[in-house]
Ligand binder design. Structure first.
Ligand code: FAD
Length: 443
């Protein structure tokens, strides 16, 4: 069959691929975007379930995410603030529920002092790191060969301080247990968000949402690209040489941008195969695991109780939860997260048992009314063939220094990228936009 010639084939219609395709099209290149799913947006997906419009994937925008904020502006999208009037809730290691105002959890004076000390230490390390090259941080090799939990044990004897610091990076961000990723990866997470203090401050990191949902970004970008975006087309083969590549035996391109998570690159048959170090590097990355729970009630009852809806505990299966009511809704919706080993445990239960466990956790935060929702839905990205985890991928211990740079190296006419190889905005939509721009500019 005759081949269709284009300048660039982009694999994947997530934010990374669509940002790259948009920039290349504006620069006058002919582009086709091939997307495996029947829909646009990858890890961004808004859907109406049981009459509630839910953001099943990424949704929040924070003030440091300037690339995303610029894109929202260009696309004419409006944001709104998460509801945050009133007190937050914390359940401590003693199992006692306490309400609090401001960012500092209600813990003992000693624990609070230790949390503050570790926060300063992590801010210093993050401040010294260029998130685009974490392996250049002085002492990077040492920090990459120990787990974040081991590092925390070396810093403080206070268990509750360790559990809280671990929470911000493990369950809340990488969605892996703190013993399974390195201290260097933890510092990268902080540096990529501007500082560790930003991760601690829910009002900062979960500041704004987009009216109509964050999936509007890829949907509008794809709309502008029109019939250059082809869905329902998994890329299964790329034959390449110095002059270009043939994709799925159908498209002939001078360059190919593979804009998929590193864990999915091996689903493509490359001929010739990628160089050995490339084959290895991606095997040292993996997705975390998290259940995103969407629970809707007849009213946002917690507000009447003087609560913002914000709740945390390293000791509850739902380790964090927020008011996630849409800007145009009268019912009240909470969003809660069950991460890493808690998610492993809950996924072995039946759906009914799982629901009972998560609602009990919400009742520990908001009281008995939390047990009677009108609608309940779990986003399970682990079961999505073209993602297979959440929120994003990260390296195993030692992997970042050993293979981090490789993930951004081109091979002949092939370039690779996704939010998970970003510096600023690592594992976030902001990072996807930054990487998409870099990939386009390299062409
Ligand atoms: P993806 O969105 O994964 O896009 C890759 C695309 O490639 C997909 O569409 C996939 O179907 C396609 N694909 C894969 N393989 C092939 C193939 N062989 N052929 C063709 N197509 C292929 N970020 C935030 O900024 N804020 C948040 O609040 C936030 N919360 C999140 C909550 C959840 C539950 C999840 C899952 C993610 C969250 N994120 C959040 C992360 C954010 O969604 C991602 O960082 C970002 O969307 C990644 O974009 P991407 O284009 O790099 O990758």
């Amino acid at each position: 069959a005759a081949l269709t010639d284009v300048d660039v084939v982009v694999v994947g219609a997530g934010v990374t691929g669509l940002t790259a395709a948009t920039r290349l099209t504006k620069a006058g290149h002919s582009v086709v975007v091939l997307e495996a799913r029947d829909r646009i947006g990858g890890r961004l997906w808004t859907d109406t379930i049981d009459g509630v419009r839910l953001e099943l994937g990424g949704q929040w925008v924070s003030p440091d995410q300037s690339a995303l904020l610029e894109t929202l502006d260009e696309l004419g999208l409006k944001t709104f603030s998460r509801y945050r009037e009133g007190s937050s809730v914390y359940v401590g290691r003693d199992g006692v529920r306490r309400t609090f105002d401001g960012a500092a959890f209600p813990v003992s004076e000693y624990t609070e002092a230790e949390v503050d000390r570790l926060t300063v230490l992590l801010d210093q390390l993050a401040g010294q790191m260029d998130p685009l090259s974490p392996w250049d941080l002085p002492g990077a090799a040492e920090l990459d060969r120990i787990s974040f939990s081991t590092w925390l044990e070396q810093q403080t004897d206070d268990v509750e301080a360790r559990d809280n610091i671990a929470l911000y990076i493990g369950p809340a961000m990488l969605t892996k247990p703190a013993h399974s990723f390195s201290a260097l990866s933890a510092v990268l997470m902080a540096a990529s968000a501007g500082s560790f203090s930003h991760l601690v401050d829910a009002d900062f990191i979960l500041d704004q949402r987009v009216e109509g949902g964050l999936q509007q970004v890829p949907l509008l970008l794809a709309g502008q690209l029109g019939d250059r975006v082809i869905t329902g087309t998994p890329v299964t083969s790329i034959a390449w040489d110095a002059d270009g590549a043939t994709v799925n035996g159908t498209w002939r391109a001078k360059r190919v941008i593979v804009a998929v998570p590193p864990t999915l690159v091996s689903r493509i048959g490359f001929s010739p195969s990628l160089p050995p170090v490339h084959m290895q590097a991606r095997q040292h990355t993996s997705f975390g695991i998290v259940l995103k729970l969407h629970i809707t009630y007849p009213t946002p009852f917690w507000r009447e109780d003087g609560l913002s809806g914000t709740a945390f505990s390293p000791y509850q299966v739902v380790h964090e939860s927020y008011d996630n009511t849409n800007h145009d809704e009268t019912r009240g919706t909470l969003v809660g997260f069950v991460s890493d080993e808690n998610a492993d445990e809950l996924l072995r239960l039946s759906p009914d048992e799982r629901r009972a466990r998560t609602l009990a956790s919400l009742a520990a935060y908001y009281g008995e009314k939390a047990l009677e929702p009108e609608a309940y839905y779990e986003s399970q990205w682990m079961a999505e063939e073209w993602t297979a985890g959440a929120y994003a991928t990260s390296f195993d211990i030692g992997g970042l220094t050993r293979y981090g740079a490789t993930l951004r190296e081109p091979v002949g006419p092939l370039s690779f990228g996704t939010s998970d190889v970003a510096g600023l905005g690592f594992q976030h939509v902001d990072g996807a936009i930054r990487v998409g721009r870099m990939l386009a500019d390299s062409i």
